[in-house]
Design a protein around this ligand. Sequence first.
Ligand code: FAD
Ligand code: NAD
Length: 510
Amino acid sequence: MTDLADQNARAPLGGSADLDKIATSPAPHAAGTAPMREMTADLVVIGAGSAGLSAAAGAAQLGLSVVLYEKGEMGGDCLNTGCVPSKALLSAAKAAAEIRDAGKFGIETTPPRIHWDKVKQHVNASIATIAPVDSQERFEGLGCTVIREHAKFAGPDTIISPTTRVKARRIIIATGSRAFIPPIEGLATVPYLTNETIFSIPEMPKHLIILGGGPIGMEMAQAFTRLGAKVTVVEMGKALGRADRDHAEIAIEALRDEGVTILEGYKATKIEQDGEAIRVLTEPKGGEAWTLEGSHLLVAVGRQTVFDGMDLEAGNVDHDRRGIIVGDNLRSKSNKRVWALGDAAGREQFTHIAGWHASVFTRRAFFKQGTKADSLPVPAVTYTSPEVAQLGMTEAEAREKHGDDISAPSFKFEESDRAIAEANTEGEVKLIVRKGKLLGASIVGKDAGDLIQLVSVAMSNGLGVKDLTNFISPYPTRAEGVKRAANAHYADVVFGKSARLLVSLLQRIP
Ligand SMILES: Cc1cc2nc3c(=O)[nH]c(=O)nc-3n(C[C@H](O)[C@H](O)[C@H](O)COP(=O)(O)OP(=O)(O)OC[C@H]3O[C@@H](n4cnc5c(N)ncnc54)[C@H](O)[C@@H]3O)c2cc1C
Ligand SMILES: NC(=O)c1ccc[n+]([C@@H]2O[C@H](COP(=O)([O-])OP(=O)(O)OC[C@H]3O[C@@H](n4cnc5c(N)ncnc54)[C@H](O)[C@@H]3O)[C@@H](O)[C@H]2O)c1
């Protein structure tokens, strides 16, 4: 089956759902207060972010009655405070970097002048252009009842908000996550930034200190450096710690070359304010402690799921620190009516995973298929320049599990004619292979996030490394690198002793 729910969130308007299925009746109420609206629905979705919207759109277009709750902005984190503003900011920053770098093509330019207010206008315009796809109007057009209120459980099958009580056959918790604020001494006393505030700061920071060298920290570090700020990243472990180590190092070095200071192995332990300045005291794993002084502080040390005031106990929905406790069917283990999708499910936290979760829900709940949340390899891309794209197992994970039974054929972009023509040869494609089976891939370099999709299609559909050699790849493209890494897997076989012997024997045939 195709990815119905996943497609529907951003698809054009479809047919309207059967609104008659939503039974509405006034309930008894206290004198002087508005009556509580009573409804029944096939599906209640709490949270109109990537996960909730995708699931709601799928269900509504299948003719089911859907009530969609959102207490904040339609579109959730990805549209308003996550993917979209961060990628819009990175694009503005890339434009500035390319102007500075144009000399390598023999083009003379003057240094770019950054107008932060206009950069923010670009960020806001990007959000505004995409917003109609996630809007209340669009979802009402699809047949959903959209309620812009905080929702909570009033029982295992009942959700209430200030105006409405809904009894539902199924309930989706898609309430997302917010920045985790670590218990560092003094942090609460300083005006720190998170992804909710960084995109609207009034002025370009003089010195932005970023706590955390994960995807958020590294993307913002490069964006703000390229836009003219001094940036220091304080990372207690390794920056881009979930990526292939060799490939993460290539990106880290590229950011350092552009002027980002990245301190790895330094944990922030105390924060102080001194006038306008924010001071970060760090504890090193070895070596000297650093005390940094900056004008702004961004906290990007991971995420925390959002279940505020939801009375999960009333719904008999168990959760832990990671999220709602679900199996790989995404169904609450303690209340089978309830499903958790997206960041709230306590698994990988990406918009494409939120969309995939909605697809798993739709397939399981409505088409009675057995699709599992972990049935496909998960891609993760950090959109720095160079991009770092990871799929399935890293080389280190595969070696830990299978020892020397794996191989990691690779192709460096310095051998790519396209990369040479673009004067951007940094990076590599690496495949992780065991007995011809693809276990994973990592790509670092320009457009790595696009290139890894080839391997993603192959892995998701049971193709092996051989299949990645058996197609005609247009020249000159960076995607040829995937084919050439796959070819490298067979280099010894194709050009080895026995192949040469075979060919010489075959030459005797007239
Ligand atoms: C800076 C940043 C950059 C990112 N970049 C990328 C990227 O490039 N690619 C990528 O794949 N992912 C990226 N992500 C991650 C991605 O944004 C999230 O994984 C995704 O938004 C999760 O979607 P969701 O639907 O689970 O939650 P959310 O988008 O957080 O939506 C949850 C919604 O639920 C609402 N809600 C919560 N509680 C209630 C309640 N009780 N009643 C009513 N409504 C409620 C909230 O207001 C919110 O709108 C990024 C994240 C950040 C922070
Ligand atoms: N391009 C993308 O797809 C993208 C971009 C941004 C965010 N996201 C999603 O959002 C999630 C959260 O991103 P994130 O970067 O906030 O979290 P993260 O968990 O990926 O990285 C946080 C980093 O902070 C470090 N850290 C924790 N406490 C620290 C301390 N006291 N001092 C110094 N370092 C400390 C950790 O070691 C870790 O490396 C990601 O995992 C991803 O799922 C995705």
